[in-house]
Ligand binder design. Structure first.
Ligand code: ZN
Length: 87
């Protein structure tokens, strides 16, 4: 399984705990760049670096926030956590 497939699988697993919804980032609603869908599953992923892994410091790596498009599976990455839109 490739890295992208593992990231998508991890994002899907994390999203199951949070539920689908609409989100905003930078004061704009997040829309999928591939299919224009507006519903995403929210998750997170570690930003591991080779140097940190080599030194066994994976715990010190930052976490990214992910939104997984509920329609096409495209994954969007954010350093700041996107806010859920309440409708
Ligand atoms: Zn999409």
């Amino acid at each position: 399984m490739g890295l992208l497939a593992r990231l998508k699988k991890g994002a899907r697993a994390a999203a199951r705990h949070l539920g689908e919804g609409e989100f905003e980032a930078g004061d704009r609603q997040v829309i999928c760049a591939v299919c224009q869908h507006a519903v995403f599953d929210r998750g997170s992923a570690r930003l591991n670096t080779a140097a940190a892994s080599l030194l066994n410091l994976d715990w010190a790596n930052r976490t990214a926030h992910t939104l997984l498009c509920a329609n096409c599976g495209h994954v969007l990455w954010f350093v700041k956590r996107p806010s859920r839109l309440i409708r």
